[in-house]
Design a protein around this ligand. Structure first.
Ligand SMILES: [Zn+2]
Length: 186
């Protein structure tokens, strides 16, 4: 299968600088430091299953781009973002994650890739393909994948109500927590 590597890159929304300057002044009630909106959000470059492969297997078994990956044409991954609203900020914090989907979903997403009405498609079943630090494992967690538009990555929604990530997505997080996520870059 050909990977779509030549389509328009999907741009992340830009940060409202004026808004963020104002926020940078506010002291955190938890740690007393300031948490300006970090330009760098926690991002997984590839699905964990791809990273785990040694070089030779990855070269022979994986087709990959920054948007899509397949392993042996039998496992299918799509890059997405997991938005968490932040109390102090206008824009949500977006964790860059991969999800694994069934072949039929993968093919449907490819069909809808450049469709400006793709956001009207109901969400797809998927599973998180990255282990986000600090949680009970999120790898394999059932999620919903919502297409958002030809120039934006799909959103991931966590429906499992007893998972901490679901609570964070429902209730939002603090700027302190967002900066904690950013600090998980290794
Ligand atoms: Zn803090």
């Amino acid at each position: 299968m050909l990977m779509k590597t030549t389509h328009n890159p999907r741009f992340e929304p830009t940060v409202d600088l004026e808004d963020e300057m104002a926020n940078a002044e506010a002291k955190c009630s938890k740690c007393g430091r300031t948490h300006p909106r970090d330009q760098l959000e926690l991002t997984f470059q590839r699905p964990d299953a791809v990273v785990a492969l040694d070089k030779a297997r990855r070269a022979s078994e994986v087709k990959e781009s920054d948007d899509l990956c397949t392993i042996r044409s039998e496992r299918f991954f799509i890059r997405a973002v997991l938005p968490l609203s932040v109390q102090e900020w206008k824009e949500p914090y977006r964790i860059g994650v991969w999800v694994e989907v069934e072949r039929t979903v993968f093919e449907r997403v490819l069909e809808l890739w450049d469709d400006s009405a793709q956001h009207q498609t109901p969400p797809f079943q998927a599973r998180l393909a990255n282990d986000i630090p600090s949680f009970p494992s999120t790898s394999g967690l059932p999620v919903r994948l919502q297409l958002t538009g030809p120039k934006t990555r799909p959103d991931v929604l966590v429906p499992q109500i007893d998972h901490p990530l679901h609570r964070e997505q429902c209730l939002g997080i603090t700027a302190h927590r967002a900066n904690e996520y950013s600090s998980y870059f290794s």
